[in-house]
Design a protein around this ligand. Sequence first.
Ligand SMILES: Nc1ncnc2c1ncn2[C@@H]1O[C@H](COP(=O)(O)OP(=O)(O)OP(=O)(O)O)[C@@H](O)[C@H]1O
Length: 330
Amino acid sequence: MTVTTAGPDPVPDRAAGEPAVVVESVSRRFVRRRGPFRPARVVDALDGVSLTVPRGARFGIVGESGSGKTTLMKIIAGLDAPTSGRVTVAGTDVTGRSGRQLDDLRRRLQVVFQDPMGSLDPRMRIGQIVAEPLQAQGRPGVREAVDRALRQVGLDPAIAGRYPHQFSGGQRQRISIARAVAPDPEILIADEAVSALDVTVRATILELLETIAAERSLTLIFVSHDLSVIRRVCDRVAVLRAGHLVEAGPTEQVWSHPQDAYTRGLLAAVPTLDRALAAARQRAGGAGGTGVAGVAGGTAPGRAGVAAGEPAGAPARQRAGGDPGAGSGS
Ligand SMILES: Nc1ncnc2c1ncn2[C@@H]1O[C@H](COP(=O)(O)OP(=O)(O)OP(=O)(O)O)[C@@H](O)[C@H]1O
């Protein structure tokens, strides 16, 4: 498969040294067995994909549903193994590793998933949830790291004693992000991390991810079907189609001069986040509308200790560091 690169690359690597991730000729074939009502089927979810994620980049992986984004993300994160090919993370070949061998990768790389309710254990308190990866790695100073991570995502550490159901969708995603960044990874993968959120909440979570990536000098790999989200967050983008990499390059070049017809089609078809945001603001009665869809029910005790709702356009940077007046906690 020939990959079209969008001209010379004007985006400098933010840090010298080896790339964060190198994917070489990775293929992943799934064989679905015959069922009572369906024939056997072979799916080539990825077919010879190669790409390089420079250290410190904000790298987008985009494509339609079924294009192989999640499969690629899982292989980079060590959650699945390729049928063939090689993946190197921060200079270490992680292909085919399992169990203990993946511990080092876990220290370096964390993932934020789409559905925070599905990825946060409802029986665990927030403090335990955020502490879990730190404890699994035997890290010292767990309490301080949990408090720091919660503050960094704009949540009062006093919420540590509460449960996921006491929070809104946006707040739960903040908790997921706190859990992911608490172990201080080098690489953060966000897999459709804002897709399930209300559009105004989405904007604040995107801003939060950008802020945290900058503050912690993270490499951010952003997996999304939404090119407008990718454009906002990412300095580079790789476009997948049916398991093939069809185009890769600096985001603005791919945006302004898409080389592949598939990319042009994607660009034409996707409504922009900016347009959706403007429409949401209009519905809310002008700029600065609260747009708090998804906030936990009024009587939920979880509301008291956190920034209430997710005000549209409120800069995450202002909230990062915690709001001492954000409530009394439990
Ligand atoms: N465990 C599996 N068994 C069989 N087929 C699979 C499996 N996982 C993924 N696939 C298939 O591989 C292809 C790529 O799936 P993948 O989930 O990676 O795409 P995607 O771009 O992330 O799509 P979406 O945005 O809908 O999640 C699809 O055809 C999917 O049905």
